[in-house]
Design a protein around this ligand. Structure first.
Ligand code: M6R
Length: 369
């Protein structure tokens, strides 16, 4: 049942091309029109949504944070992402024009369920992005968009995360289509790029040995930092969470721009720092900014490990290790850049002899508040 892999987690990392492909399947036609009939929320209502609040916990919340960048850009709808357990207790502003998008692999996370119930009571419409058919959160929501990642057994979420980002992107594109805004013309191209993602993930998996070796070689690390910007920021936090969960070592993900506001004080000789570098072809000179962040930490002794787009030769001068991922649209890059971080955490924890499927103190679904 582990498909010949030593752990469910390793199998599930390798299931990712399929998880993304199945989540995309049958949800658009050849003309690039989204057909999310399953949503069953009156399109008129969706046209009038003036705020989206994504509710989730843990890795699922990082999927929401990635999706926020895309939804705001494509739909021009203000989108907040909030941890479910924080949401209910702050008297949030929610009304009939608010669309709640909950993200939960299990569909049973109590914190998220309670937050969805609370939002419904306030009159909001609720959509659940979920991986488990017939579970409680989708049953209690107005609509559900299933991620078709297949059952996820390992406690650490991997394939569900990529499937959640994919589903949230489909929802964003669908809303953009409904609302007929100026990104209309881009929808077809983005869908075409999304459809190329499974093969690109596979290419990363085919070259996993290099990152595995690095994970094994770093098994005695005491602390690992992760930096990212834009969509790379939640990816950095997800990379850090995987390492905390599996290897029980201190790990932290930061927004690269935040470094000089405090975290750079942590950097000392030999501190490993992963940096998720955006595409040099992207907008807003993000690439140059992240490269200068790499230089800043390196000048203070950090050992830099860089995830960059194929062809990005500029980063080589500043990195002890560079892992290349295939080219894609900036917004889609998390579907690729997360994969080496998962493999790294898996390899490091395995080298320490830990049970990667059942990390200590954790449960697969957290059904208590
Ligand atoms: O089932 P859910 O997606 O609602 O679970 C949310 C979190 O408990 C979950 O993502 C957790 O953070 C994982 N262990 C992460 O690997």
């Amino acid at each position: 049942e582990k498909g010949g892999f030593p752990s469910f987690m390793e199998k599930e990392i390798h299931d990712q091309p399929d998880a993304v492909a199945k989540t995309l399947l049958g949800r658009s036609d050849i003309d690039g029109k989204l057909t999310l009939d399953e949503l069953r929320i009156d399109p008129e209502l969706l046209k009038h949504v003036d705020k989206i609040i994504v509710l989730a916990c843990g890795t699922s919340a990082y999927a929401g944070q990635v999706a926020k960048y895309a939804i705001e850009r494509w739909c021009r709808i203000a989108t907040e992402v909030e941890l479910s357990h924080e949401f209910r207790y702050r008297d949030p502003i929610v009304d009939a024009n608010t669309l709640i998008v909950s993200i939960s692999q299990s569909g049973e996370t109590m914190d998220t369920l309670m937050a969805v119930r609370y939002a419904k009571e306030q009159g909001a419409k609720t959509v659940s992005i979920c991986n488990t058919n017939g579970s409680t959160i989708p049953r209690e929501s107005d609509a559900v968009l299933y991620t078709h990642a297949g059952p996820e057994i390992a406690v650490a979420s991997t394939k569900a995360f990529l499937a959640q980002i994919t589903a949230a992107y489909l929802l964003g594109l669908y809303l953009a289509q409904l609302r007929g805004n100026k990104f209309q013309g881009e929808i077809k191209d983005i869908l075409a790029d999304l459809n190329k993602i499974p093969a690109k993930i596979q290419r990363i998996l085919d070259n996993e040995d290099q990152i595995k070796e690095l994970g094994v070689s770093m098994k005695d690390a005491k602390s690992v930092l992760f930096l990212g910007r834009h969509v790379g920021f939640p990816v950095a936090m997800e990379g850090a969470l995987k390492l905390k969960e599996l290897a029980y070592i201190h790990a932290e993900g930061f927004a690269a721009g935040e470094l000089k506001h405090g975290p750079i004080a942590l950097i000392e000789e030999g501190q490993p720092v992963f940096v998720v570098v955006p595409s040099p072809r992207g907008r807003d000179s993000l690439h140059a900014k992240v490269v200068s962040n790499i230089q800043e930490v390196r000048a203070r002794g950090a050992k830099t490990i860089v995830i960059a787009e194929e062809g990005d030769e500029a980063v080589k001068a500043y990195a002890e290790h560079v892992f290349y991922i295939p080219e894609t649209d900036t917004l889609l890059a998390p579907l690729l850049s997360t994969v080496p971080l998962q493999i790294f955490a898996l390899a490091l924890a395995s080298a320490k002899g830990y049970d990667v499927d059942q990390p200590r103190n954790l449960a697969k679904s957290v059904t208590v508040e």
